[in-house]
Design a protein around this ligand. Structure first.
Ligand SMILES: *Cc1c(COP(=O)(O)O)cnc(C)c1O
Length: 233
């Protein structure tokens, strides 16, 4: 717990510094503690440390934790989401950061309506870097995809999400973040009914300082904050 609080403090300081450098208000940057590497007890510590937003990438693991923790916190689904898992996460996850194809949008919309719950806040995942291994809508197809999903009443498009390539220096990820912001600004200027994608979900442990400088409103932090994962705990 002590270590967790120290990591939290360091993360908050890094975000404050990035905001200072870029003239932003730190209050506009929110942190998702990615707990996919750790168990339910560690996730409980994360909540006890005052981190309200929990990010999980596997529906099955997440549902087990969600149950143990009796739904405490605000849950964000951040990983690739299979269609047959959508019904399991509706009503538990307030946000889905990985809306990356039309069939998923349709399934979320359908399950939201069947469950009689409010719309799910979704981020359209954009494959800005164009890497073959990455999921996401291509920048070229984004506008049409956004127009179509805006018609689904079971979905609120909260913003755009991207994952930067794994690079040696965070600075190399900057063009990807900058491009996501440009795409967001473009969509906002179109003033499409029901489409206000104001948020930018970008920045992970390796690159969140740069992402905040480029306008991230949500950063998704696993190893640097929660521990576990490739950088150890
Ligand atoms: C795992 C994961 C993260 C967190 O990764 P870290 O490098 O540990 O901060 C963020 N976003 C997504 C989509 C992830 O799958």
């Amino acid at each position: 717990m002590e270590e967790l609080l120290q990591r939290k403090q360091r993360v908050m300081e890094t975000i404050r510094e990035a905001c200072r450098r870029s003239g932003r208000d730190p209050g506009d940057v929110r942190v998702i503690a990615v707990t996919k590497y750790v168990d339910a007890e560690t996730t409980r510590n994360v909540l006890d440390a005052g981190l309200e937003h929990i990010g999980e990438s596997r529906a099955q693991d997440a549902n087990v934790k969600h149950k143990i923790l009796e739904g405490r916190g605000t849950w964000h689904f951040i990983g690739h989401l299979q269609r047959n898992k959508v019904k399991d996460i509706i009503g538990k996850f307030v946000y889905v950061h990985s809306l990356d194809r039309w069939s998923l949008a349709e399934e979320i919309d359908k399950r939201v309506k069947a469950a009689g719950v409010g719309p799910v806040s979704c981020f359209i995942q954009v494959n800005v870097s164009g890497e073959q291994t990455k999921f996401g809508i291509s920048p070229r197809e984004l506008e049409e995809f956004a127009r179509e999903t805006a018609n689904l009443s079971g979905i609120d498009i909260a913003g755009l999400m991207t994952m930067a390539p794994v690079v040696e220096h965070p600075e190399e990820a900057r063009p990807v973040f900058r491009e996501l912001r440009r795409l967001r600004d473009h969509l906002l200027r179109l003033e499409i009914p029901r489409l206000r994608p104001v948020h930018l979900s970008m920045g992970m442990s390796q690159d969140y300082g740069v992402a905040v400088e480029e306008g991230a409103t949500w950063v998704r932090l696993g190893s640097v904050l929660v521990g576990g994962g490739k950088r150890g705990g």
